[in-house]
Design a protein around this ligand. Structure first.
Ligand code: B12
Ligand code: SF4
Length: 507
C-alpha cells in the first residue's frame, strides 16, 4: 500500500506536474514468488483513499499487507497501519521504505509484525517462505520485529548494506493502472509539441551517491556506496517498457561516466527511441560533456540538477562540494547541448527579503528552465534533525515535505510564504514551453494553466497550515506555538481469516 500525501501542496504537485509509479512496491512485488497473488494499492491516485483501503481490506482479505513510506508520508502511513491492524488482527502487517530504514523505532508501537530496512525486493522470497511456515520474520539487521525482546537494540544498529544490484528483482509493472502516471515534459525540439503531459515509466539504474550533502539522507542510508546495475540489464528493462518517456529515479545516474556511456551506446545499437529525464550533479555534467552530448542524441531531454544555491558560502554550508561557478558553467553547457535544465534550489528558512530578491534574479539568469524550490528541512534520521530537535516549530513528521518549514523563519511566516509563492510563480513563468512559445495541445494547455495556478496558490497559502497565532510571527517567537497531539483515524475492527500455503499479499 502506498500512502497518499496529506498536505495540499504535495497533492497539487502530483496532480499538476509529476506523478510517478510506485516503483518501490513494484520491485517488492517482483520479488514475491509467483505462487502468491499480489496486488498494489496506490492510495496517492484516489479521491477517498482511507475508504478505499478499508474497502480493499474487506473485499480482498489479504494475508499479508505491506506498506511503504518516505518520511513525507510517514504520518499518514502510521494511521493507515493502525487502521489495518485493528481491522485485520490476524493479517501479517509489514512496512518498508526510506522512513522505516532511517527510524524503525517510529513504527514500534502500532502492532506491526515486521519492519523492513533497506532494499526489500531481494528479501521477499525468504519472507514469504517464513510467513507460510509460521517462522520468525526477523532477519538480522534487515527485518526487525517489534515484538522481539531485542528490538530496541536492533533498531539502533547501522543501516543494512544494499544487496548486489543483480539480486534486486525487476519491477512487476503490471499491477497498477499505468495510464495514471505522467510528468510534465517541457522539452521540445520544435515550435509545436504533440504532448506535454506524457505517460511515464520510472527506471532505477543505480542507487546511492558518494557525496555527503548535509540535507540528504542518501549517503547515510547507502553508507556512501554507489551501487550500479549492469548496462545490458538496464537497456533490457528500458526496451521492455510500453511507455515512450522514462524518468530515471537514480540519485545521480552519471557518477560513473563509462557506465552511462555504455547504456547510451546500447540504446543506440538496439535502436531504442525513447525520451529520458535524469538527475545529475553540476560538476558531473562539466566533467563529462561528451557523455551528455551522446545522451542528448539518444533521447535525454531534461536533467534535474540540485543546484541548491548560486552562493558559494551556502553551497559550502550544505557540503555540496560544488561552487557557483561550476553551477553556472553546467547550466551553460546544458543549454549548449539543447538539454532542458530542471534546477532545484533550496530556500533557507533564514532568508530575508533581499535573499528572495536574489533568487528572483537567479531565476531570470537560469531561464529558460524548469525551476523548483524546496525549503531546507532536516530529514528524520539525520544528524541535522537531531541537532534541530529543540527548534522545530511544528510536528516535524506531519509537516515534513520540504515545503513546510520545520524551523523558525527569519521573516514572519506569512511573508516568507508570500515570497515563496512569488518565486515559484516566477519560476513557472520562465519555463521553456512559455519562453520558447511552443504550441501545445489546447486541452493540455488548459489543464496546465488550471493546475499550475492551483499549485502556486497552494504555495502562497502554506502558512495557513500552521496555527493562526504563528502567521505573523518570525524567528524564535514561532517556537512558542509548537503544535501538539496528532489526530488518529478511527477504524472499526473486523475479522479476516489466514489461509495456509499460497498467500494473498497486498502492497
Ligand atoms: C525520484 C524521487 C522523487 C520523485 C517522486 C518519487 C515517488 N515515486 O514518489 C519526486 C521528484 C517527485 C520526489 C519528490 C520528493 N522527494 Co524524493 N526522491 C526521489 C529519489 C531520487 C528516488 C525515489 C525512488 O523512486 N526510489 C526507488 C525505489 C525503488 O526505492 P525505495 O523507495 O528506496 O524502495 C526500496 C526500499 O526502500 C524497500 N521498500 C520500500 N518500500 C517498501 C515496502 C515494503 C513492504 C518492503 C518489504 C520494502 C520496501 O524496497 C524498495 C525496492 O528496492 C529518492 C532518493 C532515494 N534514494 O530514495 C528521493 C527521496 C525519497 N526524496 C526525498 C524527498 C525529501 C522528497 C520531497 C519530500 C522533497 C523534494 N525533494 O522535493 C518530495 C516529496 C514529494 C511527495 N509527493 O510527497 C528524500 C526523502 C527523505 C526521507 N526522509 O524520506 C529522498 C530520500 C532524497 C533525499 N535527498 O534525501 N522525489
Ligand atoms: S549529490 Fe545529491 S544524492 Fe548525492 S549526497 Fe548530494 S544531494 Fe544527495
Amino acid at each position: 500500500v502506498k500512502p497518499f500525501a496529506e498536505l495540499r501542496v504535495a497533492q497539487r504537485l502530483q496532480s499538476a506536474f509529476l506523478h510517478l509509479e510506485p516503483l518501490e512496491l513494484e520491485i517488492v512485488a517482483g520479488g514475491i514468488p509467483s505462487e502468491h497473488e499480489v496486488r498494489i494499492l496506490d492510495l496517492s491516485l484516489l479521491d477517498s483513499p482511507r475508504g478505499a483501503l478499508s474497502r480493499e481490506l474487506e473485499s480482498y482479505r489479504p494475508d499479508v499487507v505491506g506498506f511503504t513510506a518516505y518520511s513525507s508520508t510517514y504520518h499518514v502511513a502510521k494511521q493507515l497501519i493502525r487502521a489495518t491492524r485493528e481491522r485485520c488482527p490476524d493479517t501479517v502487517v509489514m512496512v518498508g521504505g526510506v522512513h522505516a530504514t532511517l527510524r524503525p523505532c517510529d513504527y514500534a508501537d502500532m502492532g506491526i509484525d515486521a519492519i523492513v530496512r533497506g532494499e526489500g525486493g531481494s528479501l521477499m522470497e525468504e519472507l514469504m517462505r517464513r510467513i507460510v511456515g509460521g517462522d520468525s520474520l526477523a532477519i538480522k539487521d534487515r527485518v526487525l520485529c517489534p515484538s522481539d525482546p531485542d528490538f530496541d537494540q536492533a533498531a539502533k544498529r547501522p543501516f543494512p548494506r544494499y544487496p548486489e544490484p543483480d539480486a534486486v528483482p525487476l519491477p512487476n509493472r503490471g499491477l497498477v493502472d499505468r495510464t495514471k502516471y505522467f510528468s510534465v515534459w517541457t522539452a521540445s525540439g520544435s515550435k509545436r509539441s504533440k504532448t506535454v503531459l506524457p505517460r511515464i515509466a520510472s527506471v532505477r539504474t543505480s542507487v546511492g551517491c558518494p557525496f555527503r550533502c548535509s540535507f540528504c539522507v542518501v549517503h547515510q542510508v547507502m553508507h556512501g556506496i554507489y551501487a550500479q546495475r549492469d548496462p545490458g540489464a538496464v537497456v533490457d528493462e528500458i526496451a521492455s517498457l510500453k511507455e515512450s518517456h522514462v524518468y530515471f529515479v537514480d540519485d545521480e545516474m552519471f557518477i560513473n561516466a563509462e557506465r552511462t556511456r555504455r547504456i547510451a551506446e546500447l540504446l543506440r545499437q538496439r535502436g531504442i527511441k525513447k525520451r529520458y529525464t535524469s538527475w545529475a550533479r553540476s560538476d558531473t555534467i562539466l566533467r563529462h560533456p561528451e557523455v551528455f552530448q551522446l545522451w542528448k542524441e539518444v533521447g535525454l531531454d531534461v536533467v534535474y540538477v540540485g543546484l541548491e544555491s548560486m552562493c558559494g558560502d551556502q553551497l559550502n554550508a550544505y557540503n555540496k562540494k560544488t561552487d557557483s561557478d561550476v553551477n553556472r558553467k553546467a547550466v551553460a553547457l546544458l543549454r549548449e547541448l539543447g538539454i532542458v535544465l530542471h534546477a532545484s534550489l533550496i530556500i533557507h528558512p533564514d532568508y530575508s527579503v533581499d535573499d528572495f530578491r536574489t533568487v528572483e534574479r537567479i531565476i531570470k539568469e537560469l531561464a529558460p528552465a524548469e525551476i523548483t524550490f524546496t525549503v531546507l528541512s532536516p530529514s528524520p534520521g539525520t544528524d541535522l534533525w537531531q541537532a534541530c530537535r529543540d527548534r522545530f516549530i511544528c510536528d516535524p513528521f506531519r509537516y515534513y515535505d520540504c515545503m513546510h518549514t520545520l524551523l523558525p523563519t527569519r521573516l514572519p511566516l506569512r511573508r516568507f510564504y508570500q515570497h515563496f509563492g512569488r518565486i515559484s510563480a516566477l519560476g513557472l513563468r520562465h519555463n521553456p514551453l512559455r519562453l520558447n512559445r511552443v504550441r501545445v495541445p489546447l486541452r493540455e494547455l488548459f489543464r496546465l494553466i488550471r493546475e499550475g495556478f492551483a499549485y502556486v496558490f497552494s504555495l502562497y497559502r502554506i502558512y495557513k497550515d500552521y496555527p493562526p497565532a504563528m502567521w505573523l510571527k518570525a524567528g524564535d517567537e514561532q517556537l512558542l506555538h509548537r503544535s501538539e497531539g496528532e489526530d488518529e483515524e478511527e477504524s472499526s475492527p473486523s475479522k479476516v481469516s489466514v489461509h495456509s500455503g499460497a498467500r494473498k499479499v497486498h502492497l
